[in-house]
Design a protein around this ligand. Structure first.
Ligand code: GTP
Length: 363
């Protein structure tokens, strides 16, 4: 079976972390985010993945190469962004061989059983099947109304508050027959969610299949931190990086990942739920908890990072606090004694020398 993975979006909310890598290559413990999906696809009976790439395409090509996890990998490069539908049309020559194929948003972390989804698709008589998950607030997603046979009677993208037909939403994972390609216009940006699914639903050709278990749409810092916690729980000691230097008085609270050549100073406490990437320097008396630190960042003495994400080569100086869903962009500097809290985003290469205590984006 073949799968097309959409891996070309900008990922607006997490963009300050994209200076040197696209979102799909953001670290989750010792892996890139997309590694997780690729491994699941391989275990789920997929033999070939078409990666639809656009933003920082070459970084993805370099990282995955022609094969990984026993998957053959083909790259479909877009000259300009084609949205969520255009890339499917563009890659059609690689997808169609008489079998249904899978389509996935590359920024979803899930442990869905692809085989069962495909079996359901083959038995339902439609031309497209969407995996559905139940969420408390469907307004950020595409919500569906199902009839008794699993057919999607209505598909509403980003319904206004109080108007969603149900709490079942599009999980960003689909099975398509080749006929669906006839519904996607050629050569332009297309939104599958707005231009294809509502029509298929009207024509009674779209089915929905509710899935349970792990499902996260890694679009905002909180979801990225949650994905990190799930991955850390599955790690074993052998997954840890090499040449780490942890001072004998420092404490590592599980689950925590320490990458290669990480340095941890005296009396620091790291974890639980911390992912510290390669070449990160942590000084003395630091506290890092429920956070992701990108490669090459440094955390100065007596600083704390809680529920936050620190970008590549960012520099957190001494006595700094970074907390509560805040995101420090690549190469940014937070100077001595500053507190950053409440979902603040600092753009790449900025220097911040005053505390910010309310949600804000520092450009
Ligand atoms: P936002 O900018 O925050 O909406 O994020 P996004 O760009 O990731 O958009 P969205 O969440 O709608 O994307 C769903 C999936 O499609 C993600 O895996 C994206 O990487 C991917 N995607 C979005 N736009 C494009 C595109 O133009 N080309 C390709 N190849 N993939 C895309």
């Amino acid at each position: 079976m073949k799968a097309l993975v959409l891996a070309g979006g900008f990922g607006t909310r997490l963009r300050p972390l994209s200076c040197t890598r696209p979102k799909m290559l953001f670290p989750l413990a010792n892996q890139a985010m997309l590694d997780w999906t690729m491994k699941n696809l391989s275990e789920g009976g997929v033999d070939t993945v078409v990666l639809a790439v656009n933003y920082m395409a070459e970084a993805l090509v370099r990282y995955f190469g022609p094969t990984k996890f026993d998957l053959g990998i083909i790259y479909s490069r877009e000259g300009r962004p084609l949205g969520t539908g255009g890339p499917i049309k563009k890659a059609q020559e690689h997808l169609v061989d008489g079998e249904p194929f899978l389509i996935l948003n590359g920024d979803i972390i899930s442990d869905i059983d692809y085989r069962r989804l495909v079996e359901f698709h083959k038995s339902n008589g439609g031309i497209a099947t969407i995996a559905l998950v139940r969420v408390p607030d469907p307004t950020r997603y595409g919500a569906v109304e199902l009839d008794g046979d699993g057919r999607v009677a209505r598909f509403v993208e980003k319904p206004e508050f109080g108007t969603a037909p149900s709490n079942l939403i599009n999980a960003g994972i689909y099975v398509f027959d080749k006929e669906v390609l006839d519904y996607i216009p050629d050569g332009r940006k297309v939104s599958t969610e707005k231009e294809v699914f509502p029509i298929l639903a009207n024509q009674g050709k779209l089915y929905g299949y509710e899935v349970h278990g792990l499902w996260l749409d890694v679009g905002v810092p909180e979801a990225y931190l949650e994905a990190n916690r799930h991955i850390l729980e599955r790690l074993t000691r052998e997954d840890m990086g090499e040449d780490r230097v942890v001072h004998e008085t420092a404490k590592i609270l599980e689950p925590t990942y320490l990458g290669a050549s990480v340095n941890v100073g005296a009396h620091s406490v790291i974890g639980p739920n911390a992912s510290i990437s390669d070449h990160v320097h942590v000084g003395e008396g630091c506290r890092i908890e429920n956070s992701i630190i990108f490669p090459g960042a440094s955390i100065g003495d007596y600083s704390s990072v809680r529920n936050a994400i620190i970008g590549e080569n960012a520099s957190i100086e001494k006595w700094v606090k970074v907390e509560s869903g805040s995101l420090i962009g690549d190469y940014a500097t937070i100077t001595d004694g500053v507190t950053i809290t409440e979902g603040v985003t600092i753009c790449p290469s900025k220097t911040v020398s005053e505390s910010i205590l309310q949600p804000r984006q520092v450009m």
